[in-house]
Design a protein around this ligand. Sequence first.
Ligand code: FES
Length: 125
Amino acid sequence: MREKRKLAVCASADLGDRQHRIVHLLFKGKKHTAIVLRHAGQVYAYLNQCVHMVRRLDCVHDAVFDEQQENLRCSMHGIVYDPATGESLSVLCSGEKLESLRSAEIDGQIYITDKRVKSELCSRR
Ligand code: FES
């Protein structure tokens, strides 16, 4: 049996609630970054690309959460996203969703397990 592709992100203990990591990777063969975050105990991963324009959510400010650390927020024009679904909660692009990436926590480690993703010798912050 082939082993599933897993891209290591960080130790589970190093990603607290409402915290995130930026992971550099290849998505469908192209360089991208992903946002890996924990919200209400659950880990989620999204391609770091706004639905409004081809911009990273952290393109203007080095943050992906809003000031209350409740929702994700694009720093360009301010679209707010539900961290659990990636859906735009703003009037602008209402209902559109960030590209979700499959992720998993296994034995105290967080991984991106999406088959569209490959490692790009990751750089994280
Ligand atoms: S580019 Fe993200 S809100 Fe406009």
